[in-house]
Design a protein around this ligand. Structure first.
Ligand SMILES: Cc1cc2nc3c(=O)[nH]c(=O)nc-3n(C[C@H](O)[C@H](O)[C@H](O)COP(=O)(O)OP(=O)(O)OC[C@H]3O[C@@H](n4cnc5c(N)ncnc54)[C@H](O)[C@@H]3O)c2cc1C
Length: 415
């Protein structure tokens, strides 16, 4: 019996995060009938979580340094990001009624600094172009005839035949938002190899004295610099009970991970006064303390916040009564000995995922025609700064368009 053309153009997208939503939009834009499935009760949960930090959509820096942020994966991602570059992403958001702006750091945010208005407008547009969203459906593999096996909350497996499938199942952090990485086992059963996950853009553990972590967990470290070997970044971090986290820590990229993996240790140097040279800071500290507490002395002499005194006591107690020069040197290079990475589930993103050699240039799985992959589940990593979402959007769009081209070709060939 001939297969109906409605069947031929049915594309299933699994995973309703930014990559899957973009894949659905691209495939529907090519006239395909698209059904989008997600295991969770609603779409885009991690995307909404990203919105809590202002939703850094992309970055405005020139293309070459932008692309270099993806390290070893830059060559693979280049055509996808070229075809949907940061300006394209900003135009796309504007078409959804979401204006964006470039912050002082070059990062791009929606004017409202939230994800929910964008997600709402996006889901409405997908609905208008006919994309059907089915939540609470967990993809658990393929039936022998190639149909998708989808598990519903009652434990029943439904079969869904699709002419092509895009998987956009996310990384392996924040499992409660749906990105649990459990798909690696299903793909391994299909002989699709993944590089092991590791936390990226995550905090690191530091053996703080107990009293310090109890009193100061959650305290921001504003306008600081962090260095590790020849990598130095400016920004903000946060003292965590377990160690240290926040934008400046993530901006160090893979350097601390490499050092920990290679030597089992990594020493960050924390500069609490990055705009002052040590000699200038020493001059400011060269005044009588007159019985003032260390915190109030540092505030009056160098406009340092109370956490500076607490850190000095925790990390360099030997210098608390040192000379102005010694104290200045310490405040500009407080050694923080990292002992490991924070739990993967709390990471902003995860490195690892499906290996590039399993995929063709159209993000189609070489060993399984008609199966395309996108988003954070692929083996790339990038620092925070909008690079994560940009790559998820661009790979989603690429995979969705490639899946549409695949089913059209199959239709033409009468398959
Ligand atoms: C706190 C936080 C802040 C962040 N802030 C930013 C930021 O400002 N800028 C930035 O660029 N990035 C940010 N990120 C990272 C960004 O949110 C992710 O990189 C991005 O969401 C990944 O998109 P994705 O579509 O690949 O996967 P996800 O968003 O993880 O979506 C995957 C979807 O697949 C579903 N799924 C998984 N397995 C199955 C299955 N077997 N069957 C059916 N469905 C399944 C999940 O339920 C989920 O909805 C942040 C992340 C976090 C945690």
């Amino acid at each position: 019996m001939p297969v109906s053309s409605a069947f031929q153009t049915t594309i299933a997208v699994i995973g309703a995060g930014p990559a899957g939503l973009m894949a659905a939009e691209a495939a529907a834009g090519q006239g395909c009938s698209v059904t989008l499935f997600d295991a969770m009760p609603s779409a885009g949960r991690k995307f909404l979580m990203a919105g809590r930090g202002g939703l850094n959509l992309t970055h405005s820096e020139p293309f070459a340094p932008f692309l270099a942020r993806y390290g070893a994966a830059a060559g693979h991602l280049a055509p996808m990001i070229e075809s949907f570059p940061p300006e394209g992403l900003r135009r796309w958001a504007a078409e959804l009624g979401i204006e964006t702006f470039v912050g002082s750091s070059g990062r791009v945010f929606p004017k409202g600094l939230k994800a929910s208005p964008l997600l709402r407008a996006w889901l409405a547009r997908l609905g208008h172009v006919g994309v059907r969203l089915q939540t609470r459906r967990r993809w658990v593999g393929f039936a022998p005839d190639g149909a998708l096996r989808l598990l519903d909350p009652a434990g029943t497996v439904e079969l869904f035949p699709a002419a092509a499938t895009v998987l956009a199942l996310g990384g392996a952090s924040w499992a409660r938002l749906g990105s649990d990485g459990a798909w690696t086992r299903t793909l391994a059963d299909l002989d699709i190899a993944s590089a092991p996950f590791r936390a990226a853009n995550c905090g690191f553990t530091v053996a703080w004295p107990a009293e310090f972590s109890q009193r100061h967990a959650g305290t921001p470290l504003k306008n600081i610099a962090l260095s590790l070997a020849d990598t130095r970044v400016r920004g903000e971090a946060v003292v965590a009970g377990y160690g240290i986290e926040g934008g400046a820590v993530y901006a160090l990229g893979s350097a601390p991970h490499r050092a920990l993996a290679e030597t089992g240790a990594a020493r960050l140097l924390l500069d609490l006064k990055p705009d002052l040279a040590p000699a200038d800071l020493a001059r400011r500290l060269d005044r009588p303390r007159r019985g003032a507490s260390l915190a109030s002395f540092l505030r009056k002499a160098a406009n340092l916040p109370p956490i500076a005194a607490a850190l000095l006591r925790a990390v360099r107690p030997d210098i608390v009564h040192g000379s102005p020069g010694q104290m200045a040197e310490a405040l500009k290079a407080l050694p923080l000995d990292l002992t490991g990475t924070a739990a993967i589930d709390r990471a902003i993103s995860t490195a690892g995922g499906v290996r590039w050699d399993a995929l063709g240039p159209d993000l189609q799985v070489r060993s399984r025609p008609g199966l395309f992959l996108a988003g954070e589940m692929l083996d790339w990593e990038a620092p925070t700064g909008g690079y994560l979402l940009q790559a998820c959007f661009a790979t989603g769009r690429w995979a969705g368009a490639a899946a549409a081209a695949y089913v059209k070709q199959a239709d033409l060939n009468g398959l």
